[in-house]
Design a binder for this molecule. Structure first.
Ligand code: FA5
Length: 355
């Protein structure tokens, strides 16, 4: 049946007009919510296609069938466009997922890190805290140093037998006149501090040192902490007072100490300090750590030798001072009951975790 354009608008053309933006509307949809809204714009209660279905009653009888068929085609077109848009959105979402880094579901779940501070470092930090509380500053020096700082400026004459005390790791040096080595003690830092600061001075110098040693209480690399206090009228009694106060703070008041006269070229008088063996309590003649003596040597000390003051340009008539150098590993052995210093360096995590 031909439509007369002079009478009413062509109802079939109206249906076509209602769908003119169908493809674009669904193409612009980004998610399910958009899809629902676009579909409702056509097929919802107020939708354009739904509104046209109400027109059927106004049409003359013969026009109703083709109009109804066209409406059904229009509804199907909307559903088809929706289905296509749905498929497009799913494909896009999948491509996005595949672009993400792969998740390996066979990997174990996350666990908090189980690292902890090494027992030697724990004791070193405790020792530093105690001396900081007693008014000492912290200074550091290099592990590779000139032999002149390690020996000569500390009063070791070039052929002095005391040099034999240190069986050292010498390193190749660019200058044949300057011997270089891995420092054998932290006393190098006393020298460096005095060369670079005028008195008074009150420092501790922690760090790694190196010797050709290896047994139950000796390691080739170990940690020392040097102490140096220089001022006018410093006395030996003050040295003893500082060391006793330190050991009581570290180990408690039940710790016993003993000083033994000893020789170091850079102090006069010199002494070594032993502490009561906390491993066997002095009750085991077979104790590997104290060798049955009940005592373990933990440090060397003394009053700074005037020769050292001359070497660094301090006036030995005006200044006196004391110095000490302690083995941090030995203190860690006592603190944690470790019966062989080498266990501390084997780095067996089961052993270290037990301390
Ligand atoms: C010295 O190294 C002197 N510089 C200490 C000093 C400083 C004396 C200032 C006077 C004034 P000694 O070689 O005794 O001294 O070592 C000091 C401490 O380091 C020892 O008492 C011991 O506790 C520790 N020690 C020495 N050798 C080793 C080693 N191979 N392994 C672990 N600890 C060690």
């Amino acid at each position: 049946m031909a439509h007369d354009p002079n009478q009413t608008p062509d109802p079939l053309a109206e249906i076509e007009a209602a769908l003119v933006d169908l493809g674009r509307a669904f193409d612009a949809a980004h998610d399910d919510n958009d899809l629902r809204q676009v579909t409702a714009r056509y097929l919802g209660k107020e939708g354009t296609v739904t509104a046209l279905t109400r027109r059927i009653a106004e049409l003359p009888g013969p026009a109703r069938k083709p109009f109804g068929q066209k409406l059904n085609e229009a509804k199907a077109a909307v559903e088809r466009a929706r289905g296509e848009a749905e498929l497009r959105l799913k494909t896009e979402a999948r491509a996005r997922d595949l672009g993400q880094p792969a998740v390996d579901i066979t990997l174990p779940g996350r666990r908090p890190a189980r690292g902890r501070v090494h027992p030697i470092m724990r004791v070193l930090h405790e020792v530093i805290d105690v001396f900081a509380g007693l008014g000492f500053d912290v200074a550091e020096g290099p592990e590779v140093d000139l032999a002149v700082n390690n020996f000569d400026r500390l009063g070791f004459p070039p052929d002095h037998p005391a040099m034999d005390m240190h069986d050292s790791f010498f390193l190749p040096s660019g200058d044949p006149g300057q011997k270089v080595l891995l420092r054998t003690h932290t006393s190098t830092v006393q020298v460096r501090e005095m060369l670079s600061h005028p008195p008074p001075i009150q420092v501790i110098c922690p760090g790694a040192v190196f010797r050709r040693d290896d047994d139950v209480t000796h390691s080739p690399m170990f940690f020392q902490l040097e102490g140096l206090l220089v001022d006018e009228r410093v006395t030996l009694a003050e040295l003893r007072g500082v060391l006793d106060a330190f050991l009581v703070r570290l180990f408690g008041s039940s710790i016993r100490t003993r000083f033994r006269a000893s020789y170091f070229p850079f102090v006069e008088p010199g002494a070594e300090l032993d502490v009561s063996c906390l491993i066997c309590g002095g009750h085991d003649a077979g104790c590997r750590v104290c060798k049955g003596t009940g005592w373990l040597e933990v440090l060397g000390c003394g009053m700074v030798h005037p020769v050292v003051f001359e070497q660094v340009g301090y006036d030995p008539e005006r200044y006196t001072g004391f110095a000490f150098g302690m083995g941090i590993d030995r203190l860690a052995m006592l603190r944690y009951g470790v019966t062989d210093i080498r266990y501390l360096y084997d780095n067996d995590p089961r052993f270290l975790a037990s301390l």
